[in-house]
Design a protein around this ligand. Structure first.
Ligand code: SF4
Length: 464
């Protein structure tokens, strides 16, 4: 019996890449590929890259060097291993990757991975020594229309919480960001197609769906009536899907925080009260230099409007410190904004230039200054996060139990506010929402015990 072909997909960066990695594996399944967690066992290794983070290109080449050793070992065993580079670095670097790294057989851009089966077949069947494929053109067809759907058993293996891409690309052109160049202009999937995907996920046991997009609240996919639908309309449609008990969306832009989305937070019990709303800086001068197209006031107004719609909403954000031209006063504006909002969490970054972006041409802030500001910002955010988490001690909160914990008899789940919770409970409760009395907190985790449902869930009663 011939050995099944195996694919190992290594995903870097954001949730969108994790979703794309799953869809790459799904696309290859009809061609006979099964997923493997082992690189040494793989016939095809896909590095699904991200270039949001610092030194993404350097990291890619060092990762290729590591995988090349497995490829050479496979060749010594008389086996052929193909290496593919996908994602945002592939999109940005293209041909340069096969020029610099001869071990790479295939480079596929973020919009083209639905063509992977054909490319792999060409490389394997032709077996032309040294043939390379680079496909980074933005295609005319929509990859989601041609991608194979995952099987029920594959969905079940991935767990009860799933991501679904609803929107890709960005038209905002923040001066530090590569997304508009690597993912292209904003494109939204049609409501009907997303609903069909979510119904398939729910039928296979998924209970929570996070809608993802680089600028997800700018969503404008075609609705059932043929007209563009908003994210709020999409959420209302998905809240009717039997089995789906929780909906989330990320990542949003303050400019696109519309009244109907705020109303959806008020009206839809399935829509979780946690919003990731990146601000990047609290200084209007920096926001203008970043081309964020919103001011501090505009951002704080969006937060206030959201809280007026639903009082118990919690927020997280993204911050960049040390952006070119940032003074101590600008940085202090960021600290005061953090205090004003009182975030439940945040991602913080020290600015580093991305080649090809306008900010890469600007005069950088000295590294030591940037590093010191980052530490100060992180200390303030950690203080807010701790106080948010400890405010749950003694309260009862609804927890969606997701998977076994590290200890026997332990399950791990999430609160409506995305906090991880550990409880002692049987495996049969995976996928159910249980009231949990919170007894303590660790660095990133809450601890608690399942209580009787007589307790009102905290997210239905808490105030801001
Ligand atoms: S809105 Fe977000 S994705 Fe778009 S350019 Fe700005 S940072 Fe990048």
């Amino acid at each position: 019996m011939s050995r099944p072909r195996k694919v190992h997909v290594k995903s870097f960066g954001c949730q969108m890449n994790v979703y794309d990695s799953h869809r790459m594996a799904d696309a290859l399944a009809p061609a006979g590929f099964i997923e493997t967690a082992r690189i040494d066992d793989a016939d095809l290794v896909i590095l699904n890259t991200c270039n949001i983070r610092e030194k993404a290109v350097d990291k890619l080449y060092s990762e290729i060097g590591r995988v090349r050793e497995f490829k050479e070992a496979a060749e010594r065993d008389g086996r052929r291993m193909l290496i593919a580079v996908a994602g945002c670095v592939a999109q940005a670097e293209g041909q340069e990757i096969v020029r610099r790294a001869s071990a790479v057989d295939l480079v596929v851009g973020s919009q083209n991975y639905h063509r992977l089966p054909g490319m792999i077949a060409r490389l394997q069947d032709n077996d032309i020594a040294g043939e390379k494929i680079v496909d980074t053109e933005f295609p005319a067809e929509d990859k989601f229309d041609v991608l194979a759907a995952p099987s029920r058993s594959t969905i079940a293996k991935r767990g009860i919480a799933a991501f679904v891409t609803v929107q890709e690309g960005c038209d905002k052109f923040c001066t530090f960001c590569v997304v508009p160049y690597t993912r292209g202009a904003e494109v939204s999937r049609a409501v009907g197609k997303i609903a069909a995907e979510v119904e398939r996920l729910a039928a296979a046991g998924v209970r929570e769906v996070t809608l993802i997009g680089q600028n997800v609240n700018a969503y404008h996919g075609t609705g059932a009536d043929g007209r563009p639908a908003t994210l709020a309309q999409l959420l209302r449609r998905l809240s009717d899907v039997p089995g789906i008990v929780r909906l989330r969306y990320t990542t949003s832009h303050p400019l696109d925080m519309s009244d109907d989305l705020i109303a959806a937070h008020r009206d839809l019990p399935a829509l979780m009260p946690y919003v990731h709303l990146p601000v990047q800086s609290g200084s209007d001068r920096m926001l203008a230099a970043m081309n964020r197209r919103h001011t501090r006031r505009h951002y704080l107004d969006a937060i206030a409007r959201l809280r007026a719609g639903r009082a118990d909403l919690a927020f997280s954000s993204d911050f960049i410190v040390g952006f070119p031209g940032e003074t101590e006063d600008d940085f202090r504006d960021t600290l005061t904004l953090v205090d004003e909002v009182g975030y439940a969490g945040a991602y913080t970054f020290s600015y580093s230039p991305r080649p090809g972006t306008p900010a890469a041409e600007m005069e950088p802030v000295p590294q030591a200054v940037s590093a010191e500001r980052l530490q100060r910002l992180q200390a303030v955010i950690t203080r807010h996060q701790r106080s948010f988490n400890t405010s749950f001690i003694g309260r009862t909160v609804d927890v969606l139990l997701e998977k076994p914990g590290r200890l026997p008899g332990q399950l791990v789940g999430k609160t409506p506010y995305l906090q991880t919770v550990q409880v002692m409970a049987g495996l049969e409760l995976i996928g159910s929402v249980e009231p949990v009395a919170i007894t303590g907190t660790g660095t990133n985790t809450l601890f608690g015990a399942i209580t009787m449902p007589a307790h009102a869930p905290v997210f239905a009663t808490a105030g801001a």
